[in-house]
Design a protein around this ligand. Structure first.
Ligand SMILES: [Zn+2]
Length: 438
């Protein structure tokens, strides 16, 4: 072997040793980094918690897969959750949650399974349940060297779940003016809840949602005398009573002369009265549980007020007055009559008393009536938007000249329409958002 060859070999050997040392160093370094990652991940595993009502629950187990190895920690014990109000029955997941599967058991039976969003509408009977939450998480950990990385994991939460939700009901006030409306709100409703007040208000059910919140409108007619009355709340557990006071409202007086001819041709004729009753009575007791109206009502005809709402009318010097259930708005024959609010047309046709008539159901027991029109532009069953033309001003039926008789009813009571036009009516007090209910 020549001198030169030996030198080359020696250099190669040195280089090889140097290279392998470098490789070893790199290997150790990456092993060290993997270790730092595992440590950082393990430190983070199981630090999450879910919240239900006032309870904070740690996972009973948390797993993560890092570099093909599964790491597990058991940070917490099963929790105990008592729910007395459906607002508490909401699951808040950790910030790093990607998805969750919620399961509720009653004994061995699965009574709920779904996402945390679905869980919001889970409203079981009162009693004890078991809750399981499987949560997929993507936490971001930081190693001791300040290196950030994200990994995947699962967390399992277990809790005993006790529902003890009782019904609470609240009336806007225990005082109400003649011809007005107030809201009724309830929570913890199970089954149907029916409100009534004898002669003052026919029975009507609260509109209940899937979380047990109930809403309704309590109305008092313009003709019910002031005084203190008893109301009834009927539930599947039984009937309870409440007391309310009707306060007096001031109404105007009118003296009117109407020819015998007009009277006998319209309201004086029993066939006409029967036809009127047949068309109108059926509109009183069924209604849509949705609210189609919002804000203020649109004035259907911007005409002169010739007869006020609630007015005492003495016709042809008869000593017993009749009362005016709506408002008369005089306008030229043929002027468009607009829908005061959106809703379904539940009656559209002619009878000898109210002439060409339209009735619109706006939901929640709120209805509007349009009488004496020259012609109709809508049909029964149609949905109409607020402000569209439903007919034309006329003088059909019991009318002395072209005008629109407009009437607002809530359940079986006629109430002040002006309060609907200026937005102050109790019908606008309905809150369809659960969180503000009792
Ligand atoms: Zn009228």
């Amino acid at each position: 072997m020549g001198k030169k060859k030996r030198e080359i070999l020696a250099i190669t050997a040195v280089l090889l040793i140097a290279a392998s040392a470098g490789l070893l160093f790199l290997l150790n370094r990456s092993k060290g980094m993997a270790l730092a990652r595992q440590e950082a991940a393990l430190e983070l595993l199981g630090t999450d918690a879910i919240c239900i009502g006032d309870e904070v629950i740690k996972p009973v187990q948390a797993d993560a897969e890092i570099k093909n190895r599964i790491y597990t920690v058991n940070p917490g014990e099963p929790g105990i959750v008592r729910i007395t109000d459906m607002e508490q029955s909401v699951i808040f997941l950790p910030d790093d949650a990607v998805s969750a599967e919620i399961t509720v058991f009653s004994g061995e039976e699965t009574v709920f399974s779904g996402s945390e969003d679905d869980f919001r509408s889970f409203y079981p009977e009162n009693g004890r349940y078991r809750l399981g939450v499987q949560c997929r998480v993507q936490p971001t950990a930081v190693t001791s060297k300040g290196e950030e990385f994200t990994f995947e994991g699962t967390e399992e939460y277990i809790a005993e779940l006790e529902y003890d939700v009782s019904m609470k009901i609240s009336f806007e006030s225990d005082r109400i003016r003649e011809g007005s409306v107030m809201t009724v709100n309830a929570s913890g409703v199970r089954g149907e809840v029916v409100i009534s007040a004898g002669e003052v208000l026919a029975p009507f059910p609260l509109v209940t949602d899937e979380r047990g919140y109930g809403r309704g409108l309590f109305s008092v007619s313009y003709i019910t005398p002031p005084g203190t009355y008893t109301g009834f709340i009927e539930t599947r557990e039984g009937t309870s009573e409440f007391s309310f006071t009707i306060e007096e409202e001031q109404y105007t007086v009118q003296h009117l002369i109407i020819s015998e001819e007009t009277q006998s041709a319209t309201i004086g004729n029993s066939d006409n009265r029967d036809a009127y009753n047949e068309m109108i009575d059926k509109t009183y007791y069924s209604w849509y549980p949705e609210r189609f109206y919002d804000d203020c009502f649109t004035l259907p005809v911007d005409g002169e007020v010739t007869t006020e709402f609630g007015l005492f009318r003495y016709t042809n010097d008869n000593p017993v007055p009749t009362r005016h259930a709506g408002v008369d708005l005089a306008e030229d024959e043929g002027t468009p009559v607009l829908a005061a609010a959106s809703g379904y047309v539940i009656a559209a046709g002619y009878n000898g008393v109210s002439g060409n008539t339209v009735v619109i159901d706006h939901g929640f027991g709120v209805r509007t009536y349009y009488f004496h029109m020259a012609e109709l532009c809508v049909r029964e069953g149609e949905f109409v938007e607020e402000g569209i033309e439903i007919g034309k001003v006329g003088a059909t039926g019991y009318a002395t000249g072209p005008h629109l008789h407009f009437n607002l009813m809530v359940h079986d009571n006629s109430v002040d329409p002006w309060a609907a036009f200026n937005g102050t009516s109790g019908i606008f007090g309905l809150d369809l958002n659960s969180s503000s209910l009792p």
